[in-house]
Design a protein around this ligand. Structure first.
Ligand SMILES: Cc1cc2nc3c(=O)[nH]c(=O)nc-3n(C[C@H](O)[C@H](O)[C@H](O)COP(=O)(O)O)c2cc1C
Length: 179
């Protein structure tokens, strides 16, 4: 059985990405899933000065989590068309564990599913497109992307609408089939 680690790039206590991830993870049937909370690995904003005193232990621990898993699901907000600083900071720190331009998720081709949502219609898809382009540099092999626009119209009374539920089921099945 393959092992998947799932996490959000949001530091919002009522994150809609965490909710989306919860919906997605419920649909995983063929793999073992670990939900990772980045707030368990608090990191300072990346700085060459801080790094000169040593890469924080949390960065190494995070890398161990990725190494220990066969695949990654990331659900992340889009901030001004790009990655939230919170997630970018984690990426920047992880990248310092390896020589420049080397993969840092554990191997060269770690299967990745990228997801996003937002109250707006585009659902954070601009950032997901950019992340998908960058992922090969980071060691991720993007097997699927999913952006859910208009979140508060697609999640009603804490439930996905039937069409969205089916959409997400299909995304997860396709991802699992590629592991
Ligand atoms: C600084 C900032 C910039 C944002 N920029 C975008 C954006 O470019 N595109 C978008 O779809 N939503 C944007 N949003 C709205 C986010 O999509 C929304 O805050 C996010 O989906 C909430 O997710 P969360 O609850 O998981 O943190 C922005 C929000 C903030 C606070």
């Amino acid at each position: 059985m393959k092992k998947i680690v799932a996490f959000t790039g949001s530091n919002h206590s009522k994150s809609i990405h965490q909710q989306l991830l919860n919906f997605a993870v419920e649909k995983i049937t063929e793999s073992e899933v670990t939900m990772l909370d980045l707030s368990d690995y608090p990191l300072p904003i990346y700085s060459l000065d801080i790094e000169a005193n040593g890469i924080p232990e949390e960065v190494r621990k995070l890398k161990e989590v990725f190494v220990a898993n066969d695949a990654i699901i990331i659900a992340t907000p889009e901030h001004n068309g790009s990655m939230p600083a919170y997630l970018k900071n984690v990426i920047d720190w992880l990248s310092r564990l390896v020589p420049p331009k080397n993969p840092f998720f554990g191997d060269k081709h770690k299967p990745v599913l990228l997801m996003s949502t937002s109250p707006g219609v585009t659902g954070g898809s601009t950032n997901i497109k950019t992340m998908a382009e960058l992922m090969p540099w980071w060691g991720g092999d993007v097997k699927g992307t999913y952006s859910l626009g208009s979140y508060f119209e697609k999640v009603v009374d804490g439930k996905l609408t039937p069409e969205t539920d089916q959409e997400l089921t299909d995304v997860i099945k396709l991802f699992e089939a590629q592991l």
